[in-house]
Design a protein around this ligand. Structure first.
Ligand code: NAD
Ligand code: DAU
Length: 336
């Protein structure tokens, strides 16, 4: 099996690569990543010397570069993580989001079509359903209602991927996961940002009233689900992947303050995100029934592990916070 992973230097992609390469067996894993602000080869230091692993620096929206990668790797399967993944960035600066998430996915699908790649898993998000009113939980047939350029780009790329099944009979599946957390997540998303700020005694910016609800999924549970869909998922199907742990943001922030021993006075309520989705809630019954997957990590244990990891890796935090991220952060979030 020759596996091609895109975005393997990011948060979830690197967890998937590390997990895959802890398994023995004769397979190869090629990682194609442009190393944007969110891509970091430090995340892969533990497996970088595995002879089954190769790294290809390329932009997924560059057809020539992607053709060269496919010609070299000749993959049996693609697991497509690469994306501009942050909602706030997509609001401030949508162009790279559309380019990578839509054009990049298109470029990969076309390469897979030309090379007759036997399997393609497109990694997507529950954000494509938009805000979901209680008491409903979205299953895979729930209507798409994207609120941000990020979620619209993911919804569009989901439909494009599924069209390659319908039109070209390609073996494509789409996964839609809820909010991931765990080690190596870039400190711009809620949990790592709040942990990093709390560890430094900085303010914790909570958008609006902090009562927005997200469902939390430990990153390794997500990666096991993607592996299960890669192996057992059906062509042309969508699979929701949730953590079955819905919490208001403010409660997550309070738990982080408790775990880091910091006072609640660090909480600062700030202007809400434009178009902010109030509640995400999905059912993962389909992936559980069809593949046997279930989440293993309890939120309390996962959050404790995550806080410990960030506490032990403050150099990693300062490394990723320098450079391009630092400029963006200062420009858009200075003072928050
Ligand atoms: P991330 O931002 O941490 O990593 C993205 C990776 O993609 C980085 O390594 C980056 O360098 C790479 N990349 C970006 N643009 C590229 C391009 N043009 N060409 C090649 N590589 C490029 O993202 P993440 O949080 O690990 O998310 C991975 C995937 O999972 C995304 O598709 C995202 O939509 C999806 N997802 C994320 C979450 C979450 O909570 N983080 C939840 C559900 C789904
Ligand atoms: O639901 C899956 C999605 O989860 C993924 O598709 C995205 O890639 C991922 O970024 C995440 O999107 P969210 O917008 O839900 O995640 P984020 O961590 O940016 O925000 C989580 C919640 O916390 C959201 O309600 C906004 C709020 N928030 C976020 C930040 C960064 C704050 O209140 N303050 C903050 O500083």
């Amino acid at each position: 099996m020759k596996l091609l992973v895109t975005g393997g230097a990011g948060f979830i992609g690197s967890a998937f690569v590390r997990l895959a390469l802890t398994s023995p067996g004769q397979f190869s894993l090629a990682n194609v990543d442009a190393l944007t602000y969110a891509g970091n080869l430090e995340n892969l230091a533990s497996i970088a010397n595995d002879p089954r692993y190769s790294f290809h620096k390329a932009d997924i929206a560059d057809p020539d570069a992607i053709e060269a990668v496919f010609a070299t790797v000749q993959p049996d399967a693609v697991v497509h993580f690469a994306a501009e993944s942050h909602v706030d960035r997509s609001i401030h600066s949508p162009e790279p989001v559309i380019r990578t998430n839509l054009n990049g996915t298109f470029t990969l699908l076309e390469a897979a079509r030309r090379h007759k790649t036997p399997r393609f898993v497109h990694v997507s998000t529950d954000e494509v359903y938009g805000s979901i009113d209680e008491p409903h939980d979205a299953d895979e047939s729930y209507p798409l209602h994207a609120s941000s350029p990020y979620s619209a780009s993911k919804a569009g790329s989901d439909l494009l991927a599924l069209s390659y099944f319908t039109t070209y009979k390609m073996n494509v599946s789409v996964t839609r996961a809820s909010n991931n957390y765990g080690p190596f997540q870039f400190p711009e998303k809620l949990i790592p940002l709040m942990i990093a700020n709390a560890l430094e005694g900085k303010q914790l910016p909570v958008y609006g009233d902090g009562m927005q609800i997200r469902d939390w999924l430990y990153v390794d549970d997500h990666c096991r689900a993607i592996r299960a869909v890669l192996d057992k998922g059906r062509a042309g199907e969508v699979y929701n992947i949730g953590g079955s742990r819905a919490l208001p943001n403010i409660e997550v922030v309070q738990r982080i303050l408790a775990a880091t021993g910091q006072p609640e006075s660090l909480i600062k309520y700030v202007t809400d995100r434009p178009g902010h989705d109030r509640r995400y809630a999905i059912t993962s019954e389909k992936v559980e029934r069809e593949t046997g997957w279930a989440p293993r990590m309890e939120f309390e244990a996962g959050l404790a592990e995550t806080v410990s990891w960030y506490r032990a890796n403050t150099d990693w935090i300062s490394n990723v916070r320098s450079g391009a991220y630092r400029e963006f952060y200062d420009k858009n979030y200075a003072g928050r």
